[in-house]
Design a protein around this ligand. Sequence first.
Ligand code: UT7
Length: 326
Amino acid sequence: MSSVLRSVVTGVGSYLPENIVSNADLAKFVETSDEWIVERTGIRQRHNAAKGEFTSDLATAAARRALEAAGRTPADIDLIIIATTTPDLTFPATAVIVQRKLGCPVGIAFDIQAVCTGFVYALNVADGFVARGQAKCALVIGAETMSRLMDYKDRTTCVLFGDGAGAVVLEPGEGQGTTADRGLLGFALRADGTKEELLRVSGGPSSTGTVGYLTMQGGQVFRHAVVNIAEAVNLAAASAGIEVKDVDWFIPHQANQRILDGVASRLGLDESKVVSTVAKHANTSAASIPLAMDAAIRDGRIKPGQLLLLEAMGGGLTWGAAVLRL
Ligand code: UT7
C-alpha cells in the first residue's frame, strides 16, 4: 500500500447573524404565510445580517471558530478560499478582506463563484493545493449575505434565503490510499450553462452596473436538483471507492426539505443519516453545507472518523458532491 497525501479536515466552525426573521415576520410585508413556506420548503426562519455587517464579517467569525476547533492560529494559515456569490465588493476578493481581518501574515487568498455549489467546488480546489504541498494549513469558507440579493416584493424567492457562514481548516495528512484514510476521498463537479436562466441575478458590474435581484424558476430547478444531485453523488462515491450506503452522514445543500427527502430516498439513505438545518437557516447558498456540518459536529452527532457525503446544486446550473472521512 503506497502512502498518499490527504487533505484532512482538522476543524470546523460557523457563524449566523443575530437577527432572526420568522416566516410570520415576512408575511407582514409580502403575501405569504408560515403554513405555505413550511409545507413547500420546511423553512421556519432565517438569519439576516445587520446593516453594516458584511459577508467578510460572517466569514471571519466562522473562520475564527474553525481555527479554534483545529487548535490553529491565523499565523498558521497559508491559503484562504471563500465560496461566495455575495462578495463585499466586486473586487478585491472577500478572501483577501478576511485575510486582513483575521490577521494572516502570508499566503494565497481568492474567491470561488459557483453559487450554492461553491463550497464543494472550493473544497476540491483546496484539495489540489494541499495535495501538491502548496498549502500546509488552508481555510475553506462558504459565506453569504443572500438577503442583499432579495427582491422583498417577490414572494417566490424572498422567503427562501438566509445569511451565514461556515468554515473548515484543511491540513495535509499521511494516508494509505484506502477508504479508511482520514481526509477528502472523492469528488464529482458539474456545470450546465444552458440552464443559466433558471436561477440567476438580474444585474452585475459588466452588464447593468447594478447588483440586481435573484430570480428563479423554482419548479424547474427543483426537478433538476433531485436528478442531478443523485448523479453527482454516485460519481463522487465511485471516485472515493465507497458505496453510498456506507456513509455515516449525508450533509446536503439546504435549499428545501422536499429536495433533501427526495434525494435521500433516491439514494436509498435513511432519513436518520441526513443532517437538516433548512428549518432554522433557510438557503444560505455556499454557506449551507459547512453550517450544517458544524451544527452536527457541535451537537455530537458527527464524530471523528466518520464518513461524510456532501452535495450541492445551484445557479449555473452547477452541482457536485464530495466524500470525506472526518
Ligand atoms: O439553492 C439553489 C437551489 N434552489 C432550489 O433548489 C429551489 C428549488 N425549488 C423549490 O424549492 C420550490 O420549487 C419552491 C419552494 C421555490 C416553490 O415550491 P413549488 O411547490 O414548486 O411551488 P410553485 O412555484 O409551483 O408555486 C405554487 C403556488 C403558485 O401559485 P399558483 O400559480 O398556483 O396560483 C405560487 O404563486 O404557490 C405560490 N407561491 C406562494 N404562495 C405563498 C409561490 N411562493 C409563495 C409564497 N407564499 N412564498
